[in-house]
Write a protein that binds this ligand. Structure first.
Ligand SMILES: [Zn+2]
Ligand SMILES: [Zn+2]
Length: 258
């Protein structure tokens, strides 16, 4: 049975669990070790059951608890070389460091995994696709600009966690200082609701059945706005939400199953 659950999601912290019942993978740990333990307990899981942590990039909303949980529970940490270099604060021992490369498939236990490059203002950031019990599942967040390389990698995913970070107008008229607004809107920032919605449509047209929007900005978005943008673009194109695809928004603080 495939479990794909967003534990927390948003600019305040991100962590996702993927499991086929035999291999349990955590993707990012943007919360403390104690919070992770609580969060996993709420879905009947414990940190001791995690076989590996995969990190997308070094930003704190993805790595806050990475070092602690890796050391405490002796969990290996898979990341690109650039991400490992940038997250030396995690103080991992050599045995815990596992280097991965973009576009090279590898396996952890019973799950096959491939990382793909994403345009984001980090050292060597990636998204991931997983083959879990014959189902393709993907995580695509922290994307400044959607591109064909990403789409080709996540194409055919049955389930996807897709970034829908901000409403462009809320961001433009919102409280963030100008340089931060410019960073988020840049090609190495974050994906807007409208681009997420268009990407979701493309994915649904290529076989995706379950879309979960995530990594929402706290100040420049609201779950109902992100949802409405995707809902409108999908239904305008003739997609029947509920029949053709399930559409959800990942909760900021609580586990949400895809
Ligand atoms: Zn980031
Ligand atoms: Zn992030």
């Amino acid at each position: 049975m495939v479990t794909f659950v967003s534990l927390i999601s948003g600019s305040s912290g991100n962590s996702t669990l993927i499991s086929d019942g035999k291999t349990n993978l955590l993707i990012d740990c943007g919360m403390s070790g104690a919070k992770l333990k609580q969060s996993l307990a709420s879905i009947g899981m414990a940190p001791e059951n995690i076989h590996a942590l995969l990190v997308t990039h070094e930003h704190i909303d993805h790595t806050k608890g990475a070092g602690v949980i890796s050391r405490r529970y002796n969990i290996p940490v898979y990341a690109t070389e650039g991400t490992h270099i940038a997250m030396t604060d995690a103080k991992l021992s050599n045995e815990q460091i596992e280097l991965i490369s973009e576009d090279t498939e590898f396996e952890i236990g019973t799950i096959a995994i491939k990382a793909f490059s994403i345009p984001h203002d980090a050292r060597q950031p990636v998204g991931y696709t997983f083959n879990v019990d014959g189902e393709k599942c993907s995580i695509a967040t922290d994307i400044g600009k959607m591109n064909m390389n990403i789409l080709n990698n996540i194409k055919g995913s049955k389930k996807i966690l897709l970034e829908s970070n901000h409403d462009v107008e809320m961001l433009q008229y919102g409280p963030y200082p100008f340089p931060l607004k410019r960073r988020i809107l840049s090609d190495t920032g974050h994906l807007s609701n409208v681009i997420a919605a268009k990407s979701a449509l493309w994915l649904v047209n290529h076989g995706t059945e379950h879309v979960m929007l995530g990594h929402l900005s706290d100040k420049n978005n609201r779950p109902e706005i992100a949802m409405l943008e995707s809902y409108n673009i999908l239904t305008d194109a003739g997609v029947n939400i509920g029949d053709d695809v399930t559409l959800k928004v990942a909760d900021r603080y609580n586990p949400t199953h895809i």
